[in-house]
Design a protein around this ligand. Structure first.
Ligand code: GDP
Ligand code: MG
Length: 177
């Protein structure tokens, strides 16, 4: 093909991290393909998915990396973090333990990634309000203390998934422009 219609101005690598089963792969499926599956198998093989969107008249390709079932500390390799300009740190609002592990994931991230990386804390499965184990206030407070963006999402209901990615991508865009 020729012409400028498919010109990409920027490629931004974003990594998804957090405990197993918090919904990382479904958040990505929702964003990249507007898809969701209730019985998603443990992620195998696929390294990343992309979606191209327009920010302030520029074409931005988001390249989003998903862990291939290596969600134990230190199992995620430095290659995974290499070149990342954004990160989504995901926990499950119905599983307190997944939130309690966030400081460790953040430490991992800060140890491997660029110091200017844009990070958003995501409390996923907000549709399961009746099973909530992590108060919104606790997460908000933690995010504020650590200088992270914060949103609660539902990949199932497609709540805030788009907003979460746009928050990160727009912030990165503003940093490089
Ligand atoms: P990952 O291990 O972090 O990649 O988690 P998955 O994306 O594989 O999701 C784990 C399980 O949680 C699957 O059964 C999903 O269908 C389910 N799940 C993911 N996101 C949501 C959500 O927003 N709401 C609900 N109710 N279930 C979800
Ligand atoms: Mg997965």
């Amino acid at each position: 093909a020729s012409g400028g219609a498919d010109k990409i101005d920027y490629v931004f690598k974003i990594v998804l991290i957090g405990d197993s089963a918090v919904g990382k792969s479904q958040i990505l499926a929702r964003f990249a393909r507007n898809d969701f599956s209730l019985d998603s198998k443990a992620t195998i093989g696929v390294e990343f998915q992309t979606r191209t969107l327009v920010i302030q008249h520029k074409s931005v390709k988001a390249q989003i990396w998903d862990t291939a079932g290596q969600e134990r500390y230190r199992a995620v390799t430095s290659a995974y973090y290499r070149g990342a300009v954004g990160a989504m740190l995901v926990y499950d609002i119905t599983k307190r333990q997944t939130f309690d592990h966030i400081p460790r994931w953040l430490e991992e991230l800060r140890g491997h990634a660029d110091k200017n990386i844009v990070i958003i804390l995501i409390g996923n499965k907000s549709d399961l309000e009746n099973q909530r184990a992590v108060p919104t206030e606790d997460a908000k407070e933690f995010a504020q203390k650590e200088g992270l963006f914060f949103l609660e999402t539902s990949a199932l209901e497609a709540t805030n998934v788009e907003t979460a990615f746009m928050t990160v991508l727009t912030e990165i865009f503003n940093i490089v422009n």
